[in-house]
Design a protein around this ligand. Sequence first.
Ligand SMILES: Cc1cc2nc3c(=O)[nH]c(=O)nc-3n(C[C@H](O)[C@H](O)[C@H](O)COP(=O)(O)OP(=O)(O)OC[C@H]3O[C@@H](n4cnc5c(N)ncnc54)[C@H](O)[C@@H]3O)c2cc1C
Length: 426
Amino acid sequence: MFFCGSWKRRRKGDALAKLIVIGAGAAGMMAAGQAASAGLDVLLLEKMSRPGNKIRISGKGRCNLTNASPLHDFISHFNREGRFLHQPFSYFFVDELMKFFTELGLPLVRERGDRIFPASGRAGDVVETLQQWLDSVGVELRHQAIVEQIRTGQGNVTGVRCNGETLPCTRIILAAGGASYPVTGSSGDGFRLAASVGHTVAALRPALVPLVVDDPTVRAMAGLDLKNVGLRIYIDGKRRASDFGEVGFTRFGIGGPIILTHSRMIVDALRTTKEVTVSLDLKPALDETKLDNRLQRDLHARRDESIESVLRGLLPREMVATCLNYCAVDARKSARLINGRERMRLRRLLKDFRIDITGHRPLAEAIVTAGGIPPAEINPRTMESTRVKGLYLCGELLDIDGDTGGYNLQAAFSTGWLAGRSAAAA
Ligand SMILES: Cc1cc2nc3c(=O)[nH]c(=O)nc-3n(C[C@H](O)[C@H](O)[C@H](O)COP(=O)(O)OP(=O)(O)OC[C@H]3O[C@@H](n4cnc5c(N)ncnc54)[C@H](O)[C@@H]3O)c2cc1C
């Protein structure tokens, strides 16, 4: 009486064990397909009207599937808990993931920074490939199926409550994702479901999130992207990190790849009311002496122009007014009248453009969720919960978050792969 549709029909008269997978994202689809390939009868429940919504928007619609960097480097792109991934990666890592997709007919390309994308440049192709594979291995995918409860009895899973209906099963894979970009469907249900059966949930925070700056002169540069800048991060006045790459100004403050990469640390610092300042080196290829020589040359060669006009040769147009404002130099002043002190202020600013960070954008706007189910509560060889027998957890739900560059999807696919295989072998 609890069954409906083909799930009910397939159950009749067969002796297959029943697995329910909650969430058809990267982890859940991989888990469901692996378990079905190994012979399990699998029902994949997805609360949205189609699977893989987050994959579809990943990599700016191009889906950066993984990263071809070596294992030790790959793991260094995660928070401390990323060490847990050694085990899942020992079974299913970058080569295996690439082989998996190419064998399913999705050619891949390697781009700058060893990032791997579908050759078509379309994230939707990744989802379609996975969907066709799920069909071919006999997974039943049910849409608009919201799991409200995990049922247990005597320390084992016994079923789920979904859209008010009870669906019994002997194994469950919880792959409901994190809590960022809730419009994609991952709105934190997985944490509530896991907590309800005895798991702890480490404080949820945004990771890979843009930062907020109150200074209107910084916000006025919204839309400007700076490539090849040096970045230094100061927390309570102490230098805590440095990097090199791309920074972008937004209408709230700053973002861009290298800011996102360090945002986890910055968010944690702001949460403990520490002062955070970032310093941009706008001319990283020139040391102070070379930069000073360049400034002197430019000021002399263009002595009849305004300082504003001279600086346009050194900086993006959108930054010139802000820089002159910070240095207290009149934009209309003739280059020939710029004195040594003003030149020194300009030089310092170009090497050390300081921005005070006053906050961060909310979790809903983060690329990944930091916090979640501690890996210590999961068996790394199987992804099975140490709290409830027959329950497996995988994907972003875990307290593991990585940098941009394909790390998070690989973690979701690898932990999903292991959960699916283990559930089938149990
Ligand atoms: C804008 C953006 C760009 C990104 N780009 C990249 C990238 O290029 N490369 C990269 O590696 N990572 C990227 N990421 C991160 C990556 O997409 C995620 O870490 C990864 O998709 C997580 O996979 P998952 O399967 O764990 O969770 P999700 O993909 O979030 O899937 C969880 C699924 O569970 C479903 N669900 C939730 N609750 C329930 C419920 N109660 N009942 C039933 N179903 C439920 C959800 O609807 C969802 O479909 C990006 C993230 C964002 C937001």
